[in-house]
Ligand binder design. Sequence first.
Ligand SMILES: Cc1ncc(COP(=O)(O)O)c(C=O)c1O
Length: 402
Amino acid sequence: MDFRISTRGSHTPSSPIRKLHSLAESARSRGRIVYQLNIGQPDLPTPPVFFNQVKRFSEAVIAYAPSAGYPEVLEAWVQYFRNYKISFKPSEIIITSGASEALLFTLMAVADPGDEVIIFEPAYHSYISLNHMTGVTTRPVTLSATDGFQLPKIEKINKVVNKKTKAIIICNPSNPTGTVYGRRELQMIVEVASKNNLIIIADEVYREFLFDGQKHISMMSFPQVRNRVVLIDSVSKRFNLCGARVGCVASKNKEIIATILKFAQSRLSAPTLEQLGVIPLLKNPQRYTSKLVDEYDRRRSAVIKSLSSIKGVGWYRPAGAFYIMATLPVDDIEHFSRWLLESFHYKNETIMLAPGSGFYITPGLGKRQARIAFVLNSQKLRKAMEVLKQALRSYPKKITKK
Ligand SMILES: Cc1ncc(COP(=O)(O)O)c(C=O)c1O
């Protein structure tokens, strides 16, 4: 057939996380146990209150929800944000199919094809692919593992701003690095955005995932940019509801919300049952998330302790989210990750990593880094780290590429 896929389609990279999926499936079909450290899919149970709420649904038809979301769901989000001293009215929020749709709508509302958006790399992979999908150019500011992926000096950020720049994305706490940004760094974003008339897309889906007594500072707590911030949020991680596909976009900027509402209308609605199911969780989030964060803290300790015993491995202790970006003593993590699934096992077990290069835009970066998601229980994580240790001993180091 004489048919050509769109340029945006062919340029969109596949997810670095899902890429190795078929190799993991085939390892499993050979009887191997594969510890999945590659994807931010927590293993903890969804709170029963969600299922109870869904069971209470008594309509005969599962109808479309209003495009912006049910009023009682919007009110529940208002209450959720209030817990964190973030003030929104229901009319300033739109319920989306996860943070993913919130990001897509926001990019489409603030930038045209050919416009530019600044991101900090390593970055959550979807920022890169969503930009390709929308035709928006992603301008990276590279962070360094040696200083814990903190933001660079303001001059370095200013350097990438030009006439086409429309927005800057900040993910706090960060996926994939686990870095938590403090007031000083966020203030820098405020300055760059104010000076250059940029929208700040603040992805705070890991808001509760903070360790070592850290306090989260929302981008909404800077009054001078209240009209510039678009907050991206989701129930996926904090309530173990990844498959519910419920998130939201919230902003004081009326024009942006009105535009996103038009996009939301064209896709009719976010899932009906699931958005209603999250109401009780949103009204009392800490009841669930405080226990959750304690569990992730234990998991973080388990991974860090095991990594410390492996020679040649570098890592930065994450203060938030549930990821560690580790530097491994191999030339090409992508090759190493394939080899782990295709050719290696230790006591019939192997691991699946997310190769670091997928979190960078700049070619050649991240080749020795892997993102480890600590989304398994501590016992499994210890076993997985033992597999990594043995694998690094056996890996034929001279191999660099297939
Ligand atoms: C930083 C970040 N933003 C957004 C998302 C997307 O979340 P959702 O499941 O709500 O679409 C993820 C998922 O991993 C994420 O890590």
